[in-house]
Design a protein around this ligand. Structure first.
Ligand code: AMP
Length: 368
């Protein structure tokens, strides 16, 4: 097998985990990013976009390109794609960069979403409240993540304040979804169009940030599992997506409601590094290199992932445990920054829950 040279736009922890997961497949990585010190330092060559002839040098040094963020410039992706393939394509990017486009697309292919309205003025917002009812979540259509760029409108008297906070950019008003829990479904599709889907994860957030993911999802009906698998397969095929794709879902009495997608490997799939036969990172690289996809099945009955947020915490306590795996991203401590994660695998639920409890300091204190 010839060495495959993989370019990554970005050099954060997702690029780092791609490189760590795929170097054994005779791959080399080149990171295209301004950051000189990054989680990807030492894992490959770095090219800074502002340096002379940077783009030309990047394109000449790779066979295929991918990216780490849904906020990647779609024009850059199209420009590079004229010379070397970029996966996923700019279509997947453009659809996921804009909440209105994304939700309209979901509905057009039979994926349920919250009711929503475009909001460009206070009058639009007032109409949205009348039509959708309260509560409502007002969001920026672009660049919101981890709950940023959002305002909750619980009562009519909140409308003005929400508008004052977010006005000045295009907005979407979404009906509040009464869900019992948040789930995600992650899948990979390779250049040939083969699809492999990971077991769904249940995701606990706090202050808008993912804290814990658990696999499998408890008491998930066969009907909802089928619905999730259909949603992600339809999305992958409609987008002609190549690489990993993630869909975030709300679990409700009337089925699964899609919230948003990410055209990339995802925090709620980090469990797969030790928890699945082939991790989301390796499968992403296999997909874009048109290799056969690896099995997405879980290696053990139960797995969990705990984000390390803000502080590194007691690393030793994790390293001593046979069922636990500490992943540091080479990042310094900073409030609310994701700087690593812990994976746990077990053959029974009690052990998973006991171990999560043991690491409660990571879950509750590190980010606060
Ligand atoms: P987002 O930035 O769209 O991922 O939203 C961040 C979080 O806000 C989600 O993980 C949910 O917990 C919550 N959320 C977002 N949209 C809705 C909605 N329409 N109804 C209820 N909760 C929501």
């Amino acid at each position: 097998m010839a060495v495959k040279r993989i370019g990554v736009i970005g050099s954060g922890q997702l690029g780092r985990m791609m490189a760590l997961a795929a170097t054994h497949l005779d791959t080399e990585f080149v990171f295209f990013d301004e950051a000189s010190e990054s989680p990807c330092s030492n894992l490959g060559k770095s090219i800074q976009p502002s340096s002379d002839n940077a783009l030309k040098a990047f394109i000449e040094s790779v066979d295929v390109v991918t990216y780490e963020s849904e906020n990647t410039d779609a024009t850059l992706v199209d420009d590079i794609n004229q010379q070397v393939p970029v996966y996923p394509s700019s279509i997947s990017l453009l659809k996921s960069q804009h909440r209105l486009t994304e939700k309209s697309f979901f509905q057009s292919i039979g994926i349920q979403t919250a009711d929503f309205r475009k909001v460009e003025s206070l009058a639009d917002l007032t109409s949205a409240v009348e039509e959708l009812g309260l509560p409502i979540i007002l969001k920026t259509t672009r660049e919101g993540y981890d709950g940023k760029g959002q305002a909750m409108i619980k009562e009519a008297s909140d409308v003005e304040a929400a508008w004052q906070t977010l006005q000045g950019t295009e907005l979407i008003a979404e009906a509040f979804v009464h869900f019992s829990r948040e789930l995600s479904v992650i899948a990979a599709r390779n250049v040939k169009g083969d699809v492999e889907i990971y077991p769904l994860a249940e995701n606990d957030h706090s202050a808008g940030i993912l804290r814990v993911s658990r696999v499998p999802v408890k008491a998930l009906s066969e009907q909802k599992l089928t619905q999730a698998r259909q949603y992600i397969t339809t999305l992958l095929n409609e987008l002609n997506h190549v690489g990993v794709l993630t869909l975030e879902l709300f679990d409700t009495d009337s089925g699964l409601i899609a919230n948003e997608m990410a055209p990339r490997v995802h925090n709620s799939g980090h469990w797969s590094i030790e928890g699945a036969y082939c991790s989301q990172f390796e499968n992403h690289i296999r997909a874009i290199c048109d290799m056969p996809l690896g099995s997405t099945s879980a290696r053990q009955e139960y797995a969990a992932m705990i984000n390390i947020i803000g502080k590194h915490g007691n690393q030793e306590s994790v390293l001593k445990q046979e069922n636990s795996f500490y992943h540091a991203y080479g990042k310094s401590e900073r409030l609310n920054r994701k700087i690593g994660h812990i994976n746990i695998v077990a053959s029974n639920e009690a052990e998973i829950e006991r171990t999560i409890k043991q690491y409660s300091a990571f879950v509750s204190e590190c980010g606060e």
